[in-house]
Ligand binder design. Structure first.
Ligand code: CA
Length: 229
């Protein structure tokens, strides 16, 4: 990327918008602002940003709706900002296609790290035949998994689940996303399936399954595979 990445800040609170604007500018990003969902969609249409920071509580529409409208036409990474206690909204936003979320109040350094990660993954062309996440290597074609070069034998469902998490490494996938992708749309409520399989996977790829370092739980939301271990 030769020009400065453009970040669209969608936030109705003016003070928060200004704080984000200043912080992003100081990191060398170009910044656009929108105070409502409609403004955001108009801005995205006029000039597609490289990433979007999206507040969930907007005056005219739910942030998850904004995410799903953007997702219909763009792959732009979306990082959701939400207040504590808005887990249901976070889940909806992730299901609608948001890539990541940060809970308010957040540390600036944390948000900047998430933005860098989102920009990196957007520029990353996946090598579909093999995925490497930390010391895990997934041979997608042969459906085999290696942990520090030792093969880990997985069932087909365990493989599907790990492959899905690995292809979005670092990103939280919601329970219903995982259930829908692995078991199908009629199983999105079967949280117990997911728990059982995550437990099995942890037994196979964690040093200490009770203290997972790779397959991490985001309480009430979902799971993610740590990018590095
Ligand atoms: Ca708000």
């Amino acid at each position: 990327m030769t020009s400065r990445p453009l970040i669209l800040v969608v936030e109705d609170e003016e003070l928060m918008r200004r704080v984000l604007h200043v912080a992003l500018r100081s990191q060398g990003y170009e910044v656009e602002e929108a105070a409502t969902g409609n403004q955001a969609l108009l801005k995205v249409r006029a000039r597609t940003p490289d990433a979007i920071i999206l507040d969930l509580g907007l005056p005219d529409m739910d942030g998850a709706q904004v995410a799903s409208y953007v997702r219909e036409e763009h792959e732009t990474p979306i990082i959701v900002l939400s207040a504590r206690g808005e887990e249901q909204h976070q889940i909806r936003a992730l299901d609608a296609g948001a890539n990541d979320y940060v809970t308010k109040p957040f540390r600036e350094g944390e948000l900047m790290a998430r933005i860098r990660a989102a920009l990196r993954s957007a520029n990353h062309v996946p090598n579909r035949s093999e995925l490497r996440v930390g010391d895990l290597r997934i041979d997608v074609l042969q459906r085999r998994v290696f942990l520090r070069n030792a093969e880990v034998v997985l069932t087909p469902t365990e493989f599907k689940l790990l492959h899905l998490l690995a292809s979005e490494a670092g990103r939280v996938l919601s329970h219903s996303q995982l259930l829908r992708e692995v078991w199908g749309p009629s199983h999105v409520e079967e949280l117990q399936y997911l728990r059982v399989y995550m437990k099995q996977l942890r037994q196979k790829i964690e040093e200490d399954p009770s203290q997972p370092q790779r397959l991490l739980t985001t309480p009430g939301v979902g799971y993610r595979l740590a990018r590095r271990t």
